[in-house]
Design a protein around this ligand. Sequence first.
Ligand SMILES: [Zn+2]
Length: 284
Amino acid sequence: MSRYGGKGRSKGKPEGFGPLEGQFQAIFDDFFRRPAAGSGQDRRIPMLVSLEEAASGASKVIKATFEAHCTACKGSGVLHGDPYVTGCPVCVGKRHVLQERTLTVKVPAGIDDGQVLRLAGQGDEAPLGVGRAGDLMIEVIVAPHPCLRRAGVDLFVEVRIDAETARRGGRVKVPVLDGERWIRVSAGTVTGAEMRLAGFGAVRLGAEAVPIPAEVTAAPYRSRSVGDHRGDQIVTFVVGESIADENDDTFELRRATRNQGLGRTVALAAALVAALIGAFVLGR
Ligand SMILES: [Zn+2]
């Protein structure tokens, strides 16, 4: 049973939304849609969501500006007095006034960056107060996550383990959508080795937004029921030299520079630059 109106596992549309559209389709709509005469215009706004909110669904409260029909002049822009016709002081002749409304937007679980939600009738009001209002087009912008990357329904994360754990095997914490999970590292793990955590990925759009598993179970980490609803999370191991290196930014730098065979030169250059900056600052 889907949370969206009992459409089960069909690709049902979330309630309150029109079809999900690609970014460019929505832009074409903006340019080529010919609203019926007298109807309101569509509005387009961005909405920032976290990777977690996009992957698992959320409810967001947003404020959206729209052109409201000016009730003072009934959308004519003028007031008919006696004996003069004067410009409407409320809308200053524009025939509409800007207003803001607060909306609760249901972010469908599994939506991705660049997709557009259309809220029917939440755009500009019809200028004359009669006729249909435009729609509100909400472009979803997914903020980058500090460690998780998303491609489709799958998530990717790089996890560093120390050489000892890699050689002998052990346990290590992995960041997941709702926090962390312990996973078992098998003995002899090398840099680039992958582990797939089934059902830890983003919800398949339209599927039921089941939570990610409470723990990573024994190999092969495959849960059919959860996998039907969510993608996977792929862990890629990077073997470091010691635990101390894991929390150290210089680990990354050293790894990169070592690969280029330039470690010594770069370190020397960095020291030189630091010394020069220090001298400059002190000199002032
Ligand atoms: Zn007016």
